[in-house]
Design a protein around this ligand. Structure first.
Ligand SMILES: Nc1ncnc2c1ncn2[C@@H]1O[C@H](COP(=O)(O)OP(=O)(O)O)[C@@H](O)[C@H]1O
Ligand SMILES: [Mg+2]
Length: 282
C-alpha cells in the first residue's frame, strides 16, 4: 500500500508562556491532531484565528517540534530530513508577501535564493530557472530586476510562490495565502495555485480562517477549533452536511448576499467553481 505523502499522527504542541515573575502557563496550541494527506490532495485546514492552524503548519514544515506525536513525510519523520531534502519536498507560502520577501533583493534574486542557499547550479542556470518560474506564476519577465516595493500585493505573492517552487517540491503549505490581498486579487492567486498544482503535480495544505477560500479547490477539509481537529470530511460533505456545530458556524459566516443572505447553511446551493466567486472570498 502506498504510504501517505504526509501523515500527522496524534500531534500536540504546547507552548510555555510567562516566567517566574508573571507566572508560567501553558498554551495548548495543537491538541492530538491526526490527519493524512495523499499525493495530489488539496487538504483545506480551516478554523478561526487562534485555532492552531499556523502552529500545525509549522510543525509540518519542521519549523517547530511537536510536544507529542509525530509527523511523517513520505513515511519518514520530518526531523530526520536534511535541510536540503526537506526543502526539496515541502515548501511554505506565507500569508504576508510584504514581510516574507527581502526588500533589498530584486525579484530574480529572491526567487532563485533557495538554489543559491543550497549551492545548486551556477549563476546563469539559476537565473534561467528564476525566469522560467516567473513565467509559470504569471509574472512578466521584465519585472526580474524590480524590488518588492515596486510590485503589487498579488505580484509579490506570485514571487513568493515562484520561490517556493524553485526546488521542485512535492508539497506546498499555504498558510492564509490570500488573506493579505485585495479581494479582487484573492481569486487570481487561488486560480494560480490551482493551475500550478496540475502543472507541477503538487499536493497542498491550504490553510485559511475562511471556508470560502478552501471551498474553491480542496479535496478534503479539516476543521480546527481551539487546537483540536473537530471535523474532517470530503470537501463536498463538509459543505453539504456539516456535522460539528462549529463547522456550521463557519459555513454561516460565508453566507454572503449572492448566496441568499440568511439562508440556513444546509440549504446551500452547490457553489460554482470559477473566478467570478471573488466576492465570496472577503
Ligand atoms: N510561539 C508561541 N508562543 C506562545 N503561544 C503561541 C505561539 N504561537 C502560537 N501561540 C498560541 O497558540 C494558539 C494557536 O495559534 P496559531 O497556531 O497561530 O493559530 P491560527 O494560525 O489558527 O490563528 C494561539 O493561542 C496563539 O496565541
Ligand atoms: Mg495563522
Amino acid at each position: 500500500m502506498p504510504e501517505h505523502i504526509l501523515a500527522i499522527k496524534g500531534v500536540s504542541k504546547t507552548f510555555t508562556v510567562g516566567g517566574p515573575l508573571t507566572g508560567r502557563h501553558y498554551v495548548h496550541a495543537v491538541r492530538d491532531v491526526s490527519l493524512s494527506v495523499d499525493k495530489g490532495d488539496v487538504v483545506g485546514i480551516v478554523g478561526e484565528s487562534g485555532s492552531g492552524k499556523t502552529t500545525l503548519s509549522q510543525l509540518v514544515l519542521g519549523l517547530l517540534d511537536p510536544t507529542e506525536g509525530s509527523i511523517l513525510l513520505e513515511g519518514r519523520n520530518v526531523s530526520e530530513y536534511s535541510r536540503l531534502n526537506l526543502a526539496k519536498l515541502i515548501q511554505p507560502v506565507f500569508q504576508n508577501p510584504y514581510s516574507s520577501l527581502n526588500p533589498r533583493q530584486c525579484i530574480e534574486t529572491i526567487i532563485s535564493a533557495p538554489l543559491r542557499v543550497h549551492g545548486i547550479g551556477d549563476r546563469a542556470s539559476r537565473r534561467k530557472e528564476a525566469i522560467r518560474l516567473m513565467e509559470a506564476v504569471g509574472l512578466p519577465q521584465r519585472l526580474h530586476s524590480r524590488y518588492p516595493v515596486q510590485l503589487s500585493g498579488g505580484q509579490r505573492q506570485r514571487v513568493a510562490i515562484a520561490r517556493a517552487l524553485i526546488l521542485k517540491p512535492r508539497i506546498l503549505v499555504c498558510d492564509e495565502p490570500t488573506s493579505a490581498l485585495d479581494v479582487s486579487v484573492q481569486a487570481q492567486i487561488l486560480n494560480l495555485l490551482d493551475e500550478l498544482k496540475r502543472e507541477f503535480d503538487l499536493t497542498y495544505l491550504l490553510i485559511s480562517h475562511n471556508l470560502a477560500v478552501v471551498e474553491h479547490m480542496s479535496t478534503k477539509v479539516a476543521v480546527m477549533y481551539q487546537g483540536e481537529k473537530v471535523e474532517e470530511a470530503k470537501a463536498t460533505d463538509i459543505f453539504d452536511r456539516p456535522q460539528h456545530p462549529y463547522t456550521k458556524l463557519l459555513l454561516n459566516a460565508i453566507l454572503l448576499p449572492h448566496r441568499g443572505g440568511k439562508k440556513p447553511a444546509d440549504n446551500l446551493a452547490p457553489a460554482p467553481k470559477s473566478a467570478d466567486r471573488t466576492g465570496a472570498l472577503a
